[in-house]
Design a protein around this ligand. Structure first.
Ligand code: DGJ
Length: 698
């Protein structure tokens, strides 16, 4: 008997089928199939031939490939009994729940007393499939590895895109040929990490940002992951995602993976990016509401690179007033306000206001900030402790890892699996939030774990959930030395990410561009840094710094006292522009443009009603050719007309001497022309952003 199940969204179909009550396989995932497609026929059509050098039948590439069914590739699970013996389950169907857009499949291995469950949900609005796997055991077992339901990969994807990175260099795209054998990305840092963003994109041959088919995966877990992309000797391919193996500290009777987000698009890699951005806005991030309406995202000011640990109330008030004048609407007091935190060697864990720096507490500063019409946010790094702190001296047994472990930024990690640690942090933070008018927490995490430990991730999720429930009006930013903890798991509990500690606009442009494959502007923090960048040593003009920050959730991080009058005016004007546009920009999709010039990194931000857009053409290098190439737009209506205009005409350089129309006035052009020919840009030096606004003619 053949069992079949089918899930459809607006543009994709996902079909599962099984025979003899075994685990099913995904027999089709891709463009929407006709409603009348016969799924049993599909099952037969999907079978692969057998010849010499093979078993007499092809073992199924199921949603959890089982070694006991002669599957010789990477198994979907690796388990051990309570006595440490390897277990090889062979599951049979027990039931399913199949309703609307949801499917839950239940299997069991009677002999071993283990149940396996696979859940799928398909979202019509965001075109996203969310899937996860669960195990239940009669006796405690050790779960070394459990993959989310396994999906096959198309043989037409000749390469895979995944992500590596480093501090100040997140979201570096790596393209690897998809070949026989396994390509695995293993993150054993215990946090999402700068090094391995948990995602994979499989573009079909010739796919570009805007054309062709692509498949994409993101694993929403903040504790480190494993990704396996494998091609078997028979040519079939599988993709697995799960928690980093061997990160469980205990045997268990219940285990579940984190959700994995899958999406397919026939509108290029951007199609997948739009699905992720949409899904994040609609189903992951949960902004506090103001009278049933989302508050506009405020312009940030963060004082870290202005003062570091040298907190002085009068200086901070002056900085706050200057930031407000530039347009800031939220002031974030960074590291240095608590304990004896005069540098990063001490005081983490001592979450009391430092009375040497704040003799009357934080209230006088907060009042001043409120008078300047800004809300107030504060920095915390709750999961960490410095050995040189009162907390550690009193509770040396509260930390993870050995006593003699290697420190990271002079700090150790608190063990959040201990209820007393979690309670201590909840009480300390509650106390701070209850006695001070705090609207925002920048929640930092500045080192990897001494050893990857899944309970730590469960602990931080539980603590954040508890705090969110107690203080629903407080927003949280996920920071981990910049972008070390960015994923849909943490973003279900937070509202913004500090994408990188690099405020170098040039580096930031590239990092933002990489992150746009998953993250929309509304959660992606981007700040105007100091004139001389502290993390790269480069110097950038304020125009460049301001426009790069204006491409995401905008903020400032330089000391405003360093700004010349001219710089302050430019920054104020760009910020005004951002505020005037933010209502639609923060709900827009970021589409990466297929720029013919590798020196131009370009994006088109398209409003959710597709009535307006802005193109940011970031010139990050000197071009190989002399004059700029036309830059093609995307996702416009071919037969509609658009008024386009250059927003920052005042930045034209005198060495741009040509008589091109956009330098002096706007143009009305068809979508077809804008997508097929493009826009001719003005010549410029590198480190220039051209901002082109487009509006559809009704
Ligand atoms: C690392 C963060 O990424 C910075 O922005 C800053 O908050 C420092 N930590 C403070 O210690």
């Amino acid at each position: 008997m053949i069992q079949t199940w089918r899930l459809d969204s607006k543009t994709q179909s996902f079909v599962l089928a099984a025979e003899h009550h075994a685990l099913p396989s995904v027999i089709y995932w891709g463009a929407l199939l006709p409603e009348s497609e016969n799924l049993e026929t599909l099952y037969h059509a999907h079978q692969q031939d057998v010849t010499g050098g093979m078993l007499d039948e092809n073992p199924a590439l199921s949603i959890c490939p089982e070694a006991r069914r002669s599957f010789t590739g990477q198994a979907g699970l690796i388990l051990y009994s309570g006595q440490g013996l390897p277990l090889f389950p062979k599951f049979s169907y027990s039931s399913d729940i199949y309703q609307n857009n949801k499917l839950s499949l239940h299997y069991r291995d009677e002999t071993l007393g283990i149940k396996y469950q696979a859940d799928f949900e398909i979202y019509d609005d965001s075109d996203m499939i969310v899937t996860m796997a669960k195990l239940t055991a009669e006796l405690p077992i050790y779960v070394h590895w459990l993959s989310v339901p396994v999906v096959p990969a198309s043989p037409s994807a000749d390469e895979m895109i995944d992500f590596s990175g480093r501090w100040c260099g997140e979201f570096q795209e790596i393209r690897t040929p998809f070949k026989m054998g396994i390509h695995s990305r293993d993150n054993r840092t215990g946090r999402t990490g700068h090094e391995h963003f948990p995602a994979l994109i499989l573009p079909i041959k010739t796919t570009t940002h805007n054309n062709g088919e692509a498949y994409a995966f993101h694993y929403g877990w903040s504790g480190g992951h494993r990704m396996i992309a494998e091609q078997l000797p028979d040519g079939r391919r599988q993709v697995q995602f799960g928690n980093a193996p061997h990160t469980e500290q205990n045997h268990t009777q219940n285990f579940q993976t984190a959700p994995c987000y899958l999406t397919y698009s026939h509108q290029g890699i951007n199609g997948c990016a739009r699905h992720f951005q949409n899904h994040l806005r609609n189903h992951i991030v949960n902004f506090p509401q103001q009278k049933n309406r989302q508050k506009p995202r405020p312009v940030f000011y963060n004082c870290w690179e202005a003062i570091y640990h040298r907190h002085d109330v009068e200086a901070l008030k002056q900085i706050a007033s200057m930031a407000a004048k530039l347009g800031a609407e939220r002031f974030v007091l960074d590291d240095g306000w608590f304990g004896k935190r005069d540098d990063d060697r001490q005081a983490l864990g001592d979450w009391q206001i430092d009375r040497r720096k704040y003799p009357d507490g934080l209230t006088p500063l907060i009042d001043h900030i409120h008078q300047e019409n800004m809300s107030f946010g504060i920095w915390l790094e709750p999961e960490m402790v410095n050995p040189e702190s009162e907390l550690y001296q009193a509770n040396p047994d509260w930390v993870l890892g050995d006593e003699t472990q290697i420190l990271g930024r002079q700090q150790k990690v608190l063990n959040l699996a201990l209820p007393k640690v979690s309670d201590f942090l909840f009480d300390s933070i509650s106390n701070l939030l209850s006695h001070n008018a705090i609207d925002y927490i920048k929640w930092d995490h500045n080192r990897v774990l001494p050893m990857a430990d899944a309970d730590q991730t469960r602990g931080i999720y539980a603590l954040l959930d508890r705090l969110r429930e107690a203080f629903p009006h407080v927003e949280i930013e996920s920071c981990a030395s910049g972008g070390g903890r960015i994923d849909f798991g943490i973003l279900q509990r937070t509202h913004r990410v500090w994408l990188s500690d690099s405020n170098d606009a040039l580096e930031r442009a590239r990092i933002q561009h990489g992150a746009a494959l998953f993250l929309p502007s509304c959660v992606t923090g981007s700040h105007v840094g100091p004139r001389h960048c502290h993390t790269s040593g480069r110097t950038h003009h304020i125009h460049f710094r301001a426009w790069i920050a204006a491409q995401r959730h905008m903020g400032f991080e330089m000391d405003p006292r360093e700004l010349t009058d001219e710089e302050a005016t430019i920054l104020t004007n760009v910020t005004k522009w951002w505020k005037a546009e933010r209502d639609w920009l923060m709900n827009a999709d970021i589409l990466r443009l297929d720029s013919d010039d590798s020196a131009v990194l370009a994006e088109q931000h398209l409003s959710d009603d597709e009535q307006q857009f802005v193109v940011f053409a970031n010139k990050i290098d000197t071009s190989a050719q002399i004059a700029p190439f036309p830059l093609k737009c995307c996702a416009l209506q071919a037969d509609a007309f658009y008024d386009i205009d250059l927003v920052n005409r005042d930045e034209l350089h005198h060495l741009s001497r040509g008589n091109i129309r956009i330098k002096t006035e706007g143009l009305r052009l068809s979508g077809q022309y804008l997508m097929r020919y493009g826009i001719n840009l003005a010549w410029s030096f590198p480190s220039q952003v051209w901002v082109i606004k487009g509006k559809k003619i009704a």
